[in-house]
Design a protein around this ligand. Structure first.
Ligand code: UD1
Ligand code: CA
Length: 480
């Protein structure tokens, strides 16, 4: 790469995305769990420093800026978006200090940095004023077509938008990807000549091809050759203008993620049914059953089994973890050998220790379970700490909320909490204590003690027969 001060990247992201029929700006629609724009920024960031990336924002600019500001990119305002050509006109000042610019579209997310790099090298080698990244997808409908001067020449005469195509041009398969390299001087010299004399009454950046060509400048096409990793050829330059296109890109990206994991030794049964975000990491010999969702920054160790219908978001799992069917796990940590579910709900801040068990219909929130602790049935643990080897019986509840504040429950090691007990927080149950089933525990329990907090049982022998006898006269009304 040349010195980075020579080259800037401009990402066009100011459009409304009318065809999505959504209130959300197009570039913030997500595929693979992240906004479209983040992909273009990440790819550009592999080529130049974020200080040389200019994102053109317009429609809902503040919202778009807020979503990506952490990446360190610069912004250019296109207050009243009037087309891709107008977007670059708005960036005039920002780009004037660079010799060349690369232009990316915020809605073309699968572009790989390697391809951008190849386009840039081709552009330099061809000494072109404008280099257009092109592809020949199965169905070119909807894209601008690149018209070469002759079939075997890299030189381009013009780009014609779908709506401006003649019947003859409509058969042309080479599409404009919306990704370009420009030499800045000729671009800026002719940029003001764009007119809105077209179907959308917009200033089309694509018209720069014809304008530069007419001015005797060299305009060339660089056709995308091979396939991207795990993606079909041309997939990396497909745009997302409609929900259907967005969903198609999402499945392309997720298929690529599943393929990457499988190549690394992870078994994913029926991968087409799984929703795995691009940033998820899974170690070898882990098995993922159909209809599993692994989201966000989830990390899963080796030899785990994630059974069907579980949703795991931003969690870290050790090795040999078993997640049974239909668990919902968020922002939690699960250590080696732990077994979770079925139907368990681990809410944020849950830390499940090594070999611990969390069974069916158990909910945890900000709860730490020590090594080998068991909470197997119908329990709520909130703001709780449970020591190593402790057994929490069925239906136990930590009453952590008094209607205003949350309070902690601390249960030591080797404790036995009998079924259907309620622990009114703040409360401490020391190591080795034993709580009788059905207790309502309101006072701290010292180590090794038995605590029982429930009404005493009384038994009246013969009570049922005596009651029947008392009720007899009423029962003997004549019946018809
Ligand atoms: C554009 C190209 C088309 C190409 C296709 C590839 C034009 C006129 N057409 O069409 O030849 O085949 O991309 O995907 O350029 N944007 C702005 N400001 C605006 C308008 C758009 O920043 O005023 C941004 C959009 O947010 C989007 C990108 O530019 O990220 C492309 O705009 P879009 O309207 O999607 O262009 P296409 O119709 O797809
Ligand atoms: Ca588009």
């Amino acid at each position: 790469m040349e010195s980075s001060t020579k080259l800037a990247v401009v990402i066009m992201a100011a459009g409304k995305g009318t065809r999505l029929k959504s209130r959300r700006p197009k570039v913030l629609h997500e595929i693979g769990g992240k906004p479209l724009l983040n992909y273009a920024i990440a790819a550009a960031g592999q080529v130049v420093d974020p200080a040389h990336i200019y994102v053109v924002v317009g429609h809902q600019a503040e919202r778009v800026k807020a979503a990506v500001t952490a990446t360190g990119v610069c912004f250019v305002e296109q207050a009243d978006p009037r087309g891709t050509g107008h977007a670059i006109q708005c960036a005039r000042e920002a780009i004037s200090g660079y010799q060349h610019i690369l232009v990316l579209s915020g809605d073309v997310p699968l572009i790989r940095p390697e391809t951008i790099e190849q386009l840039w090298q081709f552009h330099l080698a061809e000494q072109a004023a404008m280099t257009i990244l092109t592809a020949a997808p199965e169905d070119p409908t909807g894209y601008g077509r690149v018209l070469r001067k002759s079939a075997d020449s890299p030189e381009v005469a013009a780009i014609v938008e779908e709506k401006g195509l003649t019947a003859e041009q409509r058969t042309a398969r080479e599409i404009n990807s919306g990704i370009y390299a420009f030499k800045t001087a000729p671009l800026l010299e002719h940029l003001g000549k764009l007119t809105a004399n077209n179907a959308h009454q917009e200033l089309y950046l694509t018209d720069m091809a014809g304008l530069l060509c007419a001015a005797g400048e060299r305009v060339v096409a660089f056709e995308l050759a091979g396939a991207g990793k795990g993606t079909a050829p041309a997939a990396e330059v497909l745009g997302a203008n409609t929900i259907a296109e967005l969903v198609a890109l999402d499945s392309t990206l997720r298929a690529a993620t599943a393929n990457r994991l499988m190549a690394a030794g992870v078994t994913i049964f029926r991968p087409e049914t799984c929703v795995i975000d691009a940033g998820v990491e899974v170690a070898p010999d882990t098995v993922i059953e159909p209809f599993v969702q692994l989201l966000g920054s989830t990390r899963i160790g080796a030899e785990c089994l994630i059974r069907s219908y579980s949703v795991v978001e931003n969690c870290t799992l050790g090795n040999n973890v078993l997640i049974r069917q239909s668990c919902v796990l968020a922002e939690s940590t699960i250590e080696d050998g732990a077994k979770i579910g079925p139907f368990a709900h681990l809410r944020p801040g849950s830390k499940i220790g090594q070999d611990a068990h969390v069974g069916n219909f158990v909910e945890t929130k900000k709860a730490t379970l020590g090594k080998g602790a068991k909470v197997n049935h119908l329990t709520y643990l909130g703001d709780a700490e449970v020591g190593e080897g402790t057994n929490i019986g069925a239906g136990v509840i930590t009453c952590n909320y008094d209607g205003v504040n949350k309070h902690p429950t601390r249960i030591g090691k080797g404790v036995f909490v009998g079924s259907d007990s309620t622990l009114i927080a703040p409360i401490v149950v020391e190591d080795g204590a034993y709580i009788g089933a059905g207790s309502c525990i309101t006072k701290d329990v010292p180590a090794g003690a038995l605590a029982v907090g429930r009404g005493r049982q009384f038994t009246k022998e013969g009570w049922v027969a005596a009651r029947r006898a008392r009720q007899a006269p009423q029962d003997q009304k004549p019946r018809n």
